[in-house]
Design a protein around this ligand. Structure first.
Ligand code: GLC
Length: 498
């Protein structure tokens, strides 16, 4: 009996040791897995770091590239496109105008009624429609026919309550892609961005394409203005506040425009205009500088994109890409550790983590990051992710968004520097160091409007770069739908009626 008991005791001890060994082994493996995950995070943090000194280098590079882009065609990756907009709407415009705003995966049609005598915008109505995915890579005729038909239906539906007139209707076309303008109402598409790839449209006058489609659809309407979304936003911003001299879009894509002094343009391009300035569409999404903190995830994203080696700044900042950078980091963590268990296959699917979802993960303030868990489970098929791993996911979102917002801030200060409003008292300003006149920057786009942490990081970086004193005179003013309403305003100020 004693021997049996002894045998049992030894047996239990062996089993117990075995269990303990398995547990210890599991703990050690888990520690190693976490070690690898944390190492990936640390490397990411270092790769994405944007200390103020680096942001200042980006500011300088932006100002230098702006000069170079203005000086000669192809002088910089910044295209610095002339818009031929040398006067912005001043509030005296009257009548009803239309706009068609094509920027990304959705487009808007709008109708705006203007009362003149600075009575501002009396009414505006709009409709938003998705662009069918096949039209984004089809033919230009199909795209413009679709836009014209949707506009025609809108015009027919939306007549109620507006003053009607028999005059030919006038339209502002917001076309948010790089266009070499030939006049304020015509321009050639240079290339597509943001996932569009309609090859036969490149090199064509997009205003003329729409004009032909409108005529075909039976709609008596003239394209009176062709503008970039930044230019539309600047027009609306300036309409409300004359100190608005810069406009920035941070949405699916990112870009900026500003009012350049005419002598700078004449000096650079021998061009004469009848006013003090002209709006320049920078196409800053294509800005590039060796000072930008680029990681292997950015290289891989670029390699696999439709527009390789293009839009480098945009790929680090805008809504089309932020979620996918995060996905790439999470995928690497999943491949190198088991902190997400074995349910992270969906992370290998490009663009499965859209930026709005990433923002929701980042801004989850529910107890124990419940919302993060829900999104991972429902949208990425990653159930039962531990709290510690959920925290890691949030931190990755934070690193990527902070870098994006801080770079956007540096871009804005780069423009202020170029126009002598950064308080540095550069040659352009002729002003004393430390003084800057009130300067308003109009901002639009889903990332800026809906992602409050992004906004906070951007503002924080502006203060860091410019200092408390100067930043007080730099006002960021957010607009909704400025790109569309602004285009209608520009159609009004460039209407054949005037
Ligand atoms: C892309 C386009 C640019 C546009 C921006 C924001 O960068 O090339 O024209 O302004 O997206 O929509």
């Amino acid at each position: 009996m004693g021997r049996v008991l002894l045998g049992l005791a030894v047996g239990c001890a062996v089993v117990g040791c075995g269990i303990a060994a398995v547990a210890v082994g599991r703990r050690a493996r888990s520690r190693r897995a976490w070690g690898r995950a944390v190492a990936v995070l640390k490397e990411l943090e270092e790769g994405c770091a944007t200390p103020t000194s680096r942001l200042r280098q980006v500011v300088d590079a932006m100002a230098v590239e702006m000069h170079a882009g203005l000086a000669s065609d192809g002088g910089s990756k910044l295209k610095m496109l002339l818009t031929f907009v040398d006067a912005l709407p001043d509030g005296n415009e009257t009548g009803t105008y239309y706009a068609l705003d094509l920027g990304a995966t959705t487009f808007r049609v709008l109708k705006v009624q203007l009362g003149g005598k600075r009575s501002m915008i009396l009414r505006h109505q709009f409709e938003q429609h998705p662009i069918p995915a096949d039209l984004m890579t089809g033919t230009s005729e199909d795209l413009f026919d679709f836009l014209a038909m949707t506009l025609r239906n809108f015009v027919e539906r939306e007549n109620d309550g507006f003053q009607q007139s028999d005059k030919r209707k006038e339209l502002g076309l917001t076309f948010s892609f790089p266009v070499r303008q030939l006049s304020v109402s015509s321009g050639i598409l240079i290339k597509w961005t943001k996932g569009f790839a309609i090859e036969d449209a490149v090199g064509k006058d997009v205003a003329q394409c729409l004009q032909e489609a409108l005529t075909k659809s039976g709609l008596d309407m003239r394209v009176a203005a062709l503008v970039n979304d930044t230019v539309g936003t600047l027009a609306l911003g300036h309409y409300h506040d004359e100190d608005t001299v810069v406009a920035v879009i941070i949405g699916t894509g990112t870009n900026a425009c500003y009012i350049e002094r005419v002598d700078a343009i004449i000096k650079c391009q021998g061009l004469l205009t009848n006013s003090g300035g002209m709006v320049i569409n920078m196409e800053w999404g294509n800005f590039w500088s060796s000072h930008l903190p680029r990681t292997p995830y950015d290289f891989a994203l670029d390699d696999e994109s439709l527009n390789r080696n293009d839009q480098g700044f945009e790929k680090m900042i805008s809504g089309m890409y932020l979620g996918d950078i995060v996905r790439r980091v999470l995928l690497r963590i999943a491949l190198e550790s088991d902190v997400f268990g074995d349910s992270a296959q969906s992370l290998s699917k490009p663009f499965i983590l859209r930026t709005p979802l990433m923002a929701a993960i980042h801004e989850d303030d529910s107890p124990n990051l419940k919302e993060v868990g829900r999104i991972l489970e429902e949208n990425l098929q990653m159930p039962n992710i531990s709290l510690k791993a959920r925290r890691l996911v949030v931190r990755v979102c934070d690193v990527i968004t902070q870098r994006a917002a801080r770079l956007a801030a540096a871009g804005i200060v780069g423009i202020l520097k170029k126009i002598g409003r950064d308080g540095s008292g550069g040659v352009a300003s002729g002003r004393a160091i430390g003084k800057v006149r009130r300067t308003v920057v109009a901002i639009e786009g889903g990332i800026y409007a809906n992602y409050s942490t992004f906004r906070e990081y951007l503002k924080e970086a502006l203060v860091e770069i410019l200092g408390e004193e100067i930043v007080r005179n730099v006002i960021l003013r957010a607009y909704e739908d400025g790109s569309g309403i602004g285009a209608a305003l520009l159609a009004a100020s460039h209407s054949s009626e005037w």
